[in-house]
Design a protein around this ligand. Structure first.
Ligand SMILES: [Zn+2]
Length: 265
């Protein structure tokens, strides 16, 4: 069974290449590797050279907006033009992170959204406690022709169909496993159109509880558990049981959706 990872960060040092190779041997196929600032874009590009299943995406994450170097947007355009198959992101809005600057975040968001439209690229959006401002922008602004991913979807059910009409895809992650997130799993079961469902790890972030891990990575220095890329298989299994289908069917559905959004075919 082949499963495509809609969102991850293999470029981070916490993800050894041996872990990626193990994940690939167990069924992980394409993976969208999301750059988060100019500092890691070269590492993302190198992963794409190493394995064509590593699909590069380049963006400025909202957490990295305060420290972005002058000229980041021109550099982003240059990197995207050098990688015609690359997406834009991870970018977004985050009103949870300490010290956030909503004005600077929105400016970076609008600039990257415009670039994705201009260059006809898929877009990956991070949205935490900012669904209102996100909707204001998406409703009033041109969006990428192929659509956009709301990674690790965390919004209200009332907006799902409007977002789908605006071009949204919604990805399922370990964020949805705890019992307090049952309302979000219910959305994947019933509200989100099947042709817009994806599955992701966000590895090395969003590590599931020990009972859900396929393999382990060493924890970070501060003890934070790191998410192994092969945990995608377990995420897919949870998505399948949430949707009431066999894992093979959930894998086929998410592969077709992934191909439409990220490969454009
Ligand atoms: Zn991410």
């Amino acid at each position: 069974m082949e499963v495509h990872d809609a969102h991850c960060h293999y470029q981070f040092a916490e993800v050894p290449s041996a872990a990626v190779e193990l994940a690939r041997s167990e069924g992980v196929s394409y993976a969208v590797i999301n750059g988060s600032s100019p500092e890691d874009w070269a590492d993302v590009a190198a992963l794409a050279v190493r394995d064509p299943r590593n699909l590069p995406s380049f963006g400025l994450h909202p957490w990295d907006v305060p420290t972005a170097p002058a000229g980041w947007l021109a550099e982003l355009r240059r990197v995207l033009l050098a990688h015609p198959g690359a997406g834009v992101g991870e970018m977004g809005l985050d009103r949870w992170v300490e010290g956030f600057d909503p004005v600077a975040q929105e400016a970076a968001f609008r600039a990257q959204l415009a670039l994705a439209v201009e260059l006809d690229r898929p877009l990956t959006i991070h949205c935490v406690r900012a669904i209102g401002p996100l909707m204001d922008i998406l409703r009033a602004t041109e969006r990428p022709r192929r659509g956009f991913l709301l990674h690790s979807w965390n919004g209200p059910v009332e907006l799902v169909l409007e977002l789908a009409r605006l071009g949204a895809y919604f990805s399922f992650s370990a964020h949805h496993f705890p019992e307090r997130k049952a309302h979000l799993r219910e959305q994947f079961a019933a509200a989100i159109p099947r042709e817009r469902v994806l599955v992701e790890t966000d590895a090395p972030a969003l590590c599931p509880a020990p009972a859900y891990r396929v393999h382990e990575l060493p924890p970070a220095a501060d003890g934070t558990p790191q998410n192994h890329p092969a945990n995608l298989l377990r995420n897919l299994g949870e998505l399948a049981s949430t949707m009431g289908v066999e894992p093979e069917q959930a894998a086929a559905t998410t592969r077709a959706n992934f191909t439409r959004l990220f490969l454009g075919t």
